[in-house]
Write a protein that binds this ligand. Structure first.
Ligand code: PLP
Length: 382
């Protein structure tokens, strides 16, 4: 199999799987138990937290384990909105966000919040000037992702931080799932930041949440009060340890990986640019990550391209795995002003630490063969 769907999920490192098994065998105790075994497990949990915090350059006290980034986004956004509800009712995000943010904003409308969406520029970045116009003294919450998951545009988080200096009441949440360690963002400068281990070769069901001021987040996960009352439920120690392991290995590889991905992206874009009916939605630019490429083939459905590549054991995707089964137009691409036809004909190719050049050569060879068949259909005008 040639696996090029790494923005959806990555293959876990072997060391991650080994540590998951080892912890479940040797440290299966409950981190909240006050017996000696529980205390040992708790110590291991705190060691993992410290290791992750050091890599992310944040304080360990600000970092919480959750069960996925979707949950992290829910806890941070609903918790911040509930805390701030008496100070203002205006909240802002953009259509670029993942459903785990967009759906929360829609949900918050039920509690009297008014949502505004920042315009998106054709380049795929939020329009900072529009944000300046939208933000007001009534604004209490803003959420903008670090890197878009559909086409890889790096959002201007530092510029937003500058604007917010005049609006200290606003809680600024950043979904860092696709960006972590790929940009030079200082996480300490935002109010909350969410992560998902399975995007950096960790395990599914392992999330992280950074929160600058714990007292500014109302608890929405109610129960035993684990993770400082933020995420109740018995802590999954094996997931926490393997997340620390994944992040450490990833952090050692990420710089080399980025350079390699730059060459991969350059190679693929050169090949795509030779094909008349292919449009590239992810240029090779500094404000785009190198690991995600989105393209559109004129008048051909993304699903048709995916299926024809599937037949050759090549895995790419149409859009976010979370929404690819819904029969709707991708909102992130739509917000950039990309036409319906080009959205329907779009696919995403994404790389990981494990992606190799020879796999991409094979991919492009097969892609070109398939393209020829598509070209006949396109040019026949049927
Ligand atoms: N945010 C972004 C930008 C994502 O790409 C994803 C997953 O695709 C998520 C959030 C959700 O992550 P999880 O699968 O851990 O819930």
């Amino acid at each position: 199999m040639i696996y090029l769907d790494n923005a959806a999920t990555t293959k876990p490192f072997n060391e991650v799987l080994e540590s998951f098994l080892l912890v479940n065998k040797k440290y299966y105790g409950n981190t909240a138990s006050i017996n000696e075994y529980g205390k040992k497990c708790k110590k291991l949990l705190e060691l993992s937290r410290k290791q992750i915090a050091d890599i992310l350059k944040v304080n360990k006290e600000n970092l919480y384990f959750t069960s996925c980034a979707t949950e992290s986004n829910n806890i941070a956004l609903i918790g911040a909105a509930m805390h701030k509800k008496d100070f203002g009712k205006h909240i802002i995000t953009s259509k670029l966000e993942h459903p785990s943010v967009l759906e929360v904003f829609k949900f918050l409308e039920n509690f009297g919040f008014k949502v505004d969406y920042i315009n998106v520029l054709p380049s795929g970045h939020i329009d900072i000037e529009h944000l300046k116009k939208l933000i007001s003294k009534d604004t209490v919450l803003l959420s903008v992702m670090e890197v878009n998951n559909i086409f890889g545009a790096i959002q201007p988080i530092d510029k937003i931080i500058e604007i917010l200096k005049d609006y200290p009441k606003v809680h600024f949440h950043v979904d860092g799932v696709q960006g972590v360690l790929k940009t030079d963002l200082d996480i300490n400068k935002v109010d909350s930041y969410s992560l998902s281990a399975h995007k950096f070769h960790g395990l599914k069901g392992s999330g992280l949440l950074y929160i600058k001021e714990r007292r500014n987040i109302k608890n929405i996960s109610l129960g035993g009060g684990q993770e400082d009352n933020l995420k109740s439920g018995t802590v999954n120690l094996a997931n926490a340890v393997s997340t620390a392991k994944a992040l450490r290995i990833y952090s050692e590889k990420v710089s080399e990986m980025n350079k390699k991905h730059y060459e991969f992206k350059k190679y693929l874009l050169e090949e795509f640019n030779k094909l008349k009916h292919v449009k590239v939605n992810s240029p090779l630019k500094k404000d785009y990550v190198n690991s995600i490429i989105n393209i559109s083939i004129e008048k051909i459905k993304g699903e048709a391209i995916i299926n024809s590549l599937n037949a050759e054991n090549i895995m790419v995707s149409t859009k976010s795995a979370c929404s690819s089964k819904k029969n709707n137009i991708n909102e992130a691409l739509l917000s950039r002003g990309i036409s319906d036809d080009d959205i329907k004909g779009s696919i995403r190719i994404s790389f990981s630490c494990f992606t190799r050049k020879d796999e991409l050569e094979e991919f492009i060879k097969i892609f070109k063969e398939k393209y020829k068949q598509f070209e006949e259909v396109i040019e026949s005008g049927i």
